[in-house]
Design a protein around this ligand. Structure first.
Ligand code: SAM
Length: 225
């Protein structure tokens, strides 16, 4: 049984985590504040609760993981979020990254291919946020390599699984001036890539550090094995 209690001990541990991420180079205060607010222990299997505020990934079922807090903070920082923006996340997983985005005061659309994970995320999110806050969070089950056309365009898109290449559908669902952050690579290790859509024809691509994600599986990603 999971006990959804948020104690002063948990709060203290995640303030330490936010400080640790700051010392590792995360500077965006909006992101650090969000990490300090979200009860990450809600998003992990109960067995891992004691480790929830360590800077580590953990298994969440279906062969998937909740990303390491540093990775969540790194991707969130690259998004250069402004309150009120509309953000698409591909790979809801546990719902933790979506929660960090929500705590940055943006409207979140998040899509997950495993129905079981999405259903679990809904339950966790209901423990972590009020109904009013959850009005800004929209979840769906499906193939996020095709984006979520119904609500496009988005100001920001974040992909939390490793892609073999950048899906064009995602760029097409960004506003002009919008930003896509996505780990890309053909091996176990991917490069974090940030794409700014300048206009319908031009993009700017920047390449950042190495990360290791579970694969992005779908029509415009890795094929299911
Ligand atoms: N953001 C998640 C979190 O905070 O817990 C971490 C997610 S995990 C590293 C990546 C997730 O992407 C997995 O749950 C996986 O099932 C999902 N995924 C992989 N390919 C996908 C696709 N084409 N569409 C949607 N989700 C996908």
């Amino acid at each position: 049984m999971h006990h959804y209690q948020d104690t002063y001990k948990h709060k203290g541990l995640r303030n330490l985590l936010a400080q640790q991420l700051k010392s590792k180079g995360i500077q965006d205060e909006l992101v650090l504040k969000a990490i300090g607010e979200i009860p990450r222990h809600f998003f992990l299997p109960a067995d891992f609760e004691a480790h929830a505020y360590e800077d580590k990934p953990f298994p969440i079922g279906e062969g998937q993981t909740i990303s390491q807090p540093y990775t969540v903070a790194y991707q969130s920082q690259l998004l250069e979020l402004k309150p009120g923006q509309k953000v698409l996340e591909v790979g809801t997983g546990s719902g933790y990254q979506a929660s960090v985005l929500l705590a940055c005061n943006v409207e979140v659309y998040s899509i997950e291919r495993h129905a079981a994970l999405s259903e679990k995320a809904v339950k966790t999110l209901q423990k972590a946020f009020s109904p009013a806050q959850l009005e800004k969070l929209h979840l769906s089950v499906g193939d996020g390599t095709q984006g979520w056309p119904e609500y496009a365009p988005y100001d920001r898109i974040i992909v939390t699984a490793g892609a073999p290449s950048v899906p064009k559908a995602l760029i097409s669902q960004l506003v002009n001036g919008g930003i896509l952050v996505i780990p890309v690579g053909k091996d176990e290790v991917q490069k974090m890539v940030r794409i700014v859509k300048i206009n319908e024809k031009d993009i700017k691509t920047e390449v950042f550090a190495d990360f290791s994600f579970v694969p992005l599986v779908g029509k415009n990603g890795w094929k299911e094995s």
